[in-house]
Design a protein around this ligand. Structure first.
Ligand code: SAM
Length: 287
């Protein structure tokens, strides 16, 4: 059975019933287009074996499309009014799937595995725009069981996340996302599929996890500290940008050489593998 999805009329009716006044702070732009939610689900590659974590289910547009393909969906929504209405929306539009759905009222930025009734294997979300990158990085770090993430974010943020070394837009989000796996753009989404319409275009990003650096939280935080330091002054060479991290410029130079990185480069030239080698060299030197 194909599920009933939410179109403009359903979104309007739900919003009126709940007296929803979408807030920018919570990035509340609701999708009212069936093709868009189907595209997101297809791009995620999820199937019947997956337990999908959805952040910010809102009125349930993407949730219904996910339930059509996934084994289970666990949604985390910060807005109590929206969270409270969801089980009834699922029961009305996808009665056969209602038993496969859970919603937790919480801030996704603080959610941990023990807060969820199921262990997620995938993350699929139309993320609230102002916290999109922190939410994505937090969940990839705290939920190592998530093998694939497919998120919709502002187009510009999607470009940054998927950027490769050397370019102007390659920065902290690009390197940190790559710590977790392979990152790729997975499409663009216009403004007209949302209510209310945002000012900017959206983009899809996919991360396929690759535990290349293990799942050690210490290595992750040490690597992220070097990345933050290297890009805090992105016009400086690594030798000088990393001098306070290393204690002095000569020590930064020594550690960069130990990690086989040219101290005269800028951070924007380095891959995540470079930063991991550097963090390891720093760790051995007691940083
Ligand atoms: N998934 C729905 C859709 O596609 O129509 C809504 C997406 S809307 C862009 C973002 C949703 O995230 C809103 O429902 C908002 O209330 C919720 N939200 C905002 N900040 C959040 C947070 N920190 N944790 C969990 N949910 C959040």
């Amino acid at each position: 059975d194909s599920p009933r999805l939410l179109g403009p009329a359903e979104i309007r009716a739900l919003a009126a019933e709940l007296d929803v006044r979408p807030t920018k702070t919570l990035g509340q732009n609701f999708v009212h287009d069936a093709n868009t939610v189907r595209r997101i689900v297809t791009a995620s590659g999820i199937g019947a074996d997956d337990v999908v974590l959805e952040v910010g289910p809102g009125l349930g547009s993407l949730t219904l499309a996910l339930l059509a393909e996934a084994g289970r969906v666990v949604a985390v929504e910060i807005d109590r009014k929206l969270a409270a209405r969801l089980p009834r929306t699922i029961a009305e539009f996808a009665p056969g799937q209602a038993a496969n759905f859970d919603v937790v009222t919480a801030d996704a930025l603080g959610v941990l595995p023990g807060d969820l009734p199921q262990t997620p294997t995938a993350l699929v979300a139309n993320l609230p725009y102002n916290v999109a990158v922190p939410v994505l990085l937090h969940l990839m770090a705290q939920f190592p069981t998530i093998r694939t993430a497919l998120v919709m974010v502002q187009a510009e943020v999607a470009d940054r996340l998927a950027a490769t070394p050397g370019g102007r837009i390659y920065g902290v989000p690009s390197v940190k996302a790559r710590f977790f796996g392979d990152v790729a753009r997975a499409g663009s989404i216009g403004k007209h599929v949302f209510w209310p319409e945002p000012k900017i275009e959206s983009g899809l990003v996919r991360i396929d996890r690759r535990d290349a650096f293990g799942t050690d939280p210490a290595l992750r935080s040490e690597t992220f500290a070097v990345i933050d330091a290297a890009f805090a002054q992105r016009r400086k060479t690594l030798r000088s940008a990393l001098s306070s991290w290393a204690g002095s410029a000569p020590h930064a130079e020594e550690l960069l050489r130990a990690a086989e990185i040219d101290p005269g480069l800028r951070g924007e030239r380095c891959t995540v593998d470079d930063f991991v080698r550097l963090a390891r060299a720093g760790h051995e030197a007691g940083i």
